[in-house]
Design a protein around this ligand. Structure first.
Ligand code: COI
Length: 356
């Protein structure tokens, strides 16, 4: 009898046929929205608890013009990724961490949050409903974007009377246009991302609108993104518009401590663990901008950016370069370990992945 494999020209053809992948060019996806099939919607009415959600066809949503999110920015988002394993199965990376972070953020923004179980079930259902959009191994990942929004109408300033939890997904590749090559940052001296007592440590939508101006100015000058300093001393590193920052000197890897103005990144936390297990000394503390001058390597972490090496940082007009244009040895080592765990290519002894 004829083996079914012989019906296909190549093994990889057979592979994509059996997976029923979406018909897009998987080699050219960047970090932009590719509409997919379904989104998940769950509402929380006046009584204060989320009820059962449902999958809907992906598309526009209706909002009251007076909704809390549109008028007063009462909203949070999350970001996590699903990877396709070589065997075709799908891995989520630490999704309960996103569920917990959303709960903490919701408390800060006076919103009810889905329970961890509701969050996880919703993420799994959304990914499975869109599984043809999870890229084949090595071609990227499915970016999962949960939103929590005040959707009920308000006019006077107050928490909205109704909330919506929504998840949409999009296949993504590299975040920066540099791909995996080192990025060039510029230290911002005037504008700030967060203030003590503010909302910098939660993933509220306004934190990201607040960085657009400095980011646009930096991009216009050819930089990849902006590195923010603390607003009190204008001296300590905070984070980049869309990711956390790490500085390497010898065997010591330092990153700004989570003290209210820094987003507690899940990739940040994972890289700290990976680095320690590799024998590095990791310090979470105040990191002075002066330390950039004699660092060996600098890299950024985030769900979207993964581990992005930094090739140069410009501070007060002076450009500090790292390495010879390629990725630093330690940044590459940490990137390799993390991404192999995420893709199911390295034993997940920390139990970070969830297989669907
Ligand atoms: C992520 O890394 O998932 C984020 O939420 C950052 C966003 C600006 C893309």
């Amino acid at each position: 009898s004829t083996s079914p494999l012989r019906l296909y020209a190549t093994v990889s053809d057979a592979y994509s046929q059996t997976l029923e992948l979406a018909d897009i060019d998987w080699d050219s996806i960047g970090f932009g929205l590719q509409p997919t099939d379904y989104m998940y919607v769950m509402k929380c009415p006046l009584d204060g608890s989320f009820s059962k959600g449902e999958l809907q066809r992906f598309g526009n949503i209706e909002l009251n013009p007076s909704s809390g999110i549109l008028n007063y920015g009462q909203g949070l988002f999350e970001g996590l990724k699903a990877y396709r394993k070589e065997d075709g199965n799908i891995l989520l990376f630490r999704p309960e961490e996103n569920a917990l972070r959303m709960k903490i953020g919701a408390e800060r923004m006076c919103m009810p949050a889905p329970t961890v179980e509701q969050f996880l079930e919703a993420v799994k259902a959304t990914v499975l409903a869109n599984k043809r959009w999870v890229p084949p191994p090595g071609k990227g990942s499915l970016y999962i974007r949960p939103l929590l929004m005040g959707t009920g109408p308000v006019l006077g300033l107050a928490p909205a009377p109704e909330y919506t939890f929504l998840i949409y997904v999009s296949p993504v590749g590299n975040y920066f246009k540099e791909g995996l090559a080192p990025i060039n940052l510029v230290v911002e001296n005037e504008l700030h991302r967060a203030t003590p007592g503010g909302t910098g440590s939660v993933k509220t939508i306004g934190n990201y609108a607040a960085v657009l101006k400095a980011q646009a100015a930096a991009k216009a000058k050819g930089y990849s993104d902006v590195l923010y300093l603390d607003c009190v001393h204008k001296r300590y590193l905070e984070e980049v518009s869309s990711c956390n920052i790490f500085v390497i000197k010898g065997n010591v890897i330092s990153t700004p401590a989570i003290k209210g103005t820094i987003l507690p990144g899940i990739t940040r936390k994972s890289i700290i663990d990976v680095a320690r297990s590799q024998g590095f000394q990791v310090e979470e503390r105040l990191v002075s901008v002066d330390e950039l001058l004699d660092a060996d390597e600098v890299f950024c972490t985030g769900t979207a950016v993964v581990v992005s090496p930094v090739g140069s940082i410009t501070y007060l007009g002076k450009r500090i370069s790292y390495g010879d244009g390629g990725t630093g040895v330690v940044s590459q080592q940490l990137y390799n370990i993390l991404t192999k765990i995420q893709m199911g290519l390295l034993e997940d002894d920390k139990n970070w992945t969830v297989e669907l």
